[in-house]
Design a protein around this ligand. Sequence first.
Ligand code: LRH
Ligand code: MN
Length: 415
Amino acid sequence: MSTQNKAYELLAEDLQAKGIDVAAVKAALEQQHIETPSWGYGDSGTRFKVFGAPGAARNVYEKIDDAAFIHQLTGVAPSVALHIPWDKTDDWDGLSAYAAERGLKIGAINPNLFQDNVYKFGSLAHTDDAIRRKAVEHSLECVEIMVKTGSRDLSVWLADGTNYAGQDNIRTRKRLLEESLSEIVAAMPDDRRMLIEYKFFEPAFYHTDLADWGMAASMARKLGPKAKVLVDTGHHAPGTNVEHIVAFLLDEGLLGGFHFNNRKYADDDLIVGTSNPFELFLIYNELVSAAQETDPRVADCAANVAYMIDQSHNVEPKLEAMLQSVLNCQSAYAKALIVDRAALAEKQAEHDVLGGYRVLTDAFETDVRPLLAQVRLDMGLSPDPLATFNDSPYPGQVVQERGVADGSGGGYPGA
Ligand code: LRH
Ligand code: MN
């Protein structure tokens, strides 16, 4: 028996001894679905500089090729989110077929309501009727696209806000935003969803119209069952307990999905689970707990969460960064699935404060690599995707084929 299988057998025995249903854990890991962002494969940067990366994807077809490569290696990344107009095409059927031939589905459609010159003072919340109309029209075009691509989610993030007190009337903007969003939701088929993404600042530096989970949840409630809240893990003030927000939104049946990334300071968009792996584990712990909830509203909400990555790889090799991101999500999910929930409930009932904490850290500190390797073997995949990545000719091939763009001056284009 290989050392890998030996390690897995030992772990499985230990988990079974704790009453953990290892077969159910493995089945859940095989069903994991992490959606990668098309824009994570192309050049991106900060306001100071966009460094051209060798082999960076230059168009939506190359982005799909790269996303397909990540899915081939992991088996759990079967869809790619698109951003419009960055990924616009005049042949959506052709693009969907191109993706399908590579084992991929087109995922969430992201309108871009922040890069047009007219959006300087806002888009869907802008006080100018013509500009709001333009923003609504772009969003309705994205609804048509999601119908053509078979996408379930319209993922809406707004840069809308102000930079100085007095610059605009916050309540007027709020009401205009509600009107705009309700027109868009009304145009969506009943089996589709609008995911409302909030962010506490940037690019607006005084107020942001959709600044936190509460504002997004209030908006989603008003908009009805098609509207849910999207939690971008980089969009909170330092010190925010994100897993608390996740538990709250799950219990309200309002959590629609995630934009996973990691940060130390602001919206750093670094690889998920790198600067704070314990937080990612605690987020998955809330999701696994909710999925096992008897209340169908909560369990149904947990079962329909969209797990999407939203990162910009400014210095990391883009393919390796996306692979590492998916692996980090697999690891966090595996650790959350092996939490001894009976023991946890017992400790909580006894108010055994540190007992409950140790039940969680016991799972978090468990080396789940043998378990994930076994799941990959069961899926007919390489047990070690990173090793397979390092042996693969693909990353080198795309560098040869695509070369390197000369990047740009980021937020100082004139410089
Ligand atoms: C905004 C955001 C949003 C995307 C963009 C690429 O910070 O998180 O989700 O549209 O990044
Ligand atoms: Mn995001």
